[in-house]
Design a protein around this ligand. Structure first.
Ligand code: NI
Length: 131
């Protein structure tokens, strides 16, 4: 499966953008507010490599990256793979012992395309995006 991006949990998105710019990454998007997931998102790329910086939008509310920031701090925490049919791909992966962490929902940062998160013992967290 083609990799779409590597997701980083970051505590301060604007600082993280500066740091990754120093490493040669360029921003592809503005900072996008995803109120459904309570996160800010910014995509950056460096040649063929694409990263997604994710920070908490409202710190008074729960967000999907709280545990990563609390336990380790800023860190890469998922790899996103592209698929054609997200429901079919989830079925395939479940046969390979993956468990669904969050079911397919539309994502603001992906022009409302569907994303889902899954996990297996030997892979950590993965994301699927329908393209
Ligand atoms: Ni992602």
């Amino acid at each position: 499966m083609k990799i779409n991006h590597i997701g980083y949990a970051v505590s301060k998105i604007n600082k993280a953008i500066e740091r990754f710019q120093a490493l040669g990454f360029k921003t592809e998007t503005e900072v996008i507010e995803d109120k459904d997931r309570n996160v800010n998102i910014c995509f950056m790329s460096n040649g063929a490599y694409r990263i997604e910086l994710v920070s908490v939008l409202d710190t008074d509310k729960k967000s999907p990256i709280d545990s990563y920031l609390r336990s380790v701090g800023d860190m890469p925490y998922h790899i996103c793979y592209e698929c054609k049919d997200i429901y079919m791909e989830i079925d395939n992966l479940m046969e390979q012992k993956f468990k669904v962490v969050s079911k397919p929902t539309e994502a603001v940062a992906f022009d409302k395309r569907k994303v889902a998160f899954l996990m297996a013992n030997n892979t950590g967290l993965i994301e699927l995006v329908e393209v």
